[in-house]
Design a binder for this molecule. Structure first.
Ligand SMILES: [Zn+2]
Length: 424
């Protein structure tokens, strides 16, 4: 049972590094040597002055009750039905897929049981008094006990762990093309560290002021589907007055903002063919593929990615469905042992779904997703797009292939590799 308790964590010298309330499964502060029923697990307490290692004791053996409260719960957002949530990690970097651990009984390296799911996620722990600005301390799990897949003996496993040094915010939007020979989902992420995100936003606002000097730039947003289609444009309260030249000016302006930020902004575009699966299944796989890829690669650098998606994505008439499964897939995945390998012990918050256009970078990700989807749509119909993706400069493109999911930072969407011409 999960309870909120007053606990003291001590480092190796015996000095208290944290005293205060925290969510724990069982009493933490116990004398190890006095009670052989207890097993030790280590925690790293990261404070402003550095990292302290603390030993935390938990009741174990029969009840693997390691201490593992969760940041979302600590903030009062209870996740109902977590244990029923389906995990959806479909792609793993080869380094993780081949991960081995040493089994002392077998006296050899054995595969890590990556698919093992826990009743609760082993994600980093934040004390209740955690303050993201002044009090940067939280606990990472250092070691846990798992079963050897060969001899079923107990193996102490230390998953990879990095120090959290920075956060990047990534803004995501998607574009779907269903009426082509090979339908697909495209998800674009645009973002970076605060400073670069702000400067990109300033540039978008400046572009808006040039185009519509009389209007407050934050009162309207670029939306490529409305800008591109003549019919939708006519009905749009701002774009209705725009002629061809002004549309081109807007599009070129957006291309320039991304191209000129090539060294500071991250731009990802994942293309996922819908193939034999349902739309919702393809979207789910696409989201998880881009999340897994970015979580792994950012946290490996000690960087925590924060995701904000445009929520205006209905499937049929159900507006909430996408957010529901995205949440479910993400939270479910955190329960798997492989997630500890994916996130390097760096905290990654659940992706947020926000109102369309509520952040300027969402306009850039809408633009990126549209441009990439448009080009692939035209390519399948054997013509050139009006908006060549090469104008972005370098973009991290990824797409599923025979071996899993490929990714390359290149100029121009590699359309013939994603959709070979003999495929349509
Ligand atoms: Zn073994």
């Amino acid at each position: 049972m999960r309870v909120c308790q007053w606990i003291t964590l001590k480092d190796s010298t015996g000095a208290a590094v944290h005293t205060g309330p925290a969510w724990v499964n069982h009493v933490l502060q116990r004398d190890l040597s006095a009670d052989s029923q207890l097993s030790e697990s280590l925690a790293i307490c990261q404070t402003d002055s550095g990292v302290a290692s603390c030993s935390v004791t938990t009741e174990s053996e029969n009840s693997p009750a390691y201490y593992l409260p969760h940041v979302r719960r600590l903030r009062g957002n209870v996740v109902p039905g977590l244990e029923q949530m389906e995990s959806a990690i479909e792609f793993l970097p080869p380094q993780i897929a081949d991960a081995k651990m040493y089994c002392p009984s077998c006296q050899t390296d054995v595969p890590v049981p990556l698919k093992k799911a826990f009743p609760e996620p082993y994600t980093p722990v934040f004390p209740r008094d955690y303050n993201p600005v002044t009090n940067n301390k939280f606990w990472q799990l250092v070691a846990l006990e798992v079963e050897c897949p060969t001899c079923k003996g107990k193996v102490r496993l230390e998953p990879p762990r990095k120090r959290w040094t920075k956060t990047v915010t990534l803004y995501g939007d998607e574009a779907v093309r269903e009426t082509v020979a090979r339908p697909f989902v495209c998800i674009a992420l645009v973002g970076g560290s605060n400073h670069f995100v702000e400067s990109a936003c300033d540039r978008v606002n400046a572009l808006k002021k040039t185009l519509e000097p009389e209007r407050e730039p934050t009162s309207w947003r670029f939306h490529m589907a409305d800008l591109h289609s003549g019919q939708k444009r006519k009905r749009h309260k701002i774009f209705a007055d725009w002629d061809r030249e002004k549309c081109a000016q807007a599009v070129n302006g957006l291309f320039n903002i991304i191209a000129e930020s090539n060294d500071s902004l991250f731009v990802f575009a994942l293309i996922y063919p819908i193939g034999g699966s349902s739309m919702i299944e393809a979207k789910r796989k696409a989201h998880m593929a881009i999340l897994c890829d970015t979580i792994y690669n950012f946290t490996q650098l000690g960087v925590s990615p924060r995701y904000t998606f445009d929520a205006d994505k209905a499937v049929g008439s159900n507006r909430s469905v996408i957010q529901h499964w995205a949440r479910s897939a993400f939270l479910g995945s955190e329960r798997q042992l492989m997630y500890l390998y994916l996130c390097h012990g760096v905290p990654v918050l659940e992706p947020q779904f926000v109102k369309p256009g509520s952040h300027i970078c969402l306009e850039l990700s809408d633009f990126a997703a549209f441009v990439v989807a448009r080009e692939l749509h035209c390519w399948q119909n054997r013509r050139e797009s009006e908006y060549p993706s090469s104008q972005f400069g370098n973009v991290y493109y990824s797409w599923p292939d025979k071996e899993g999911c490929a990714r390359e930072r290149i100029r121009g969407v590699p359309r013939d590799r994603i959709f070979p011409t003999n495929a349509f």
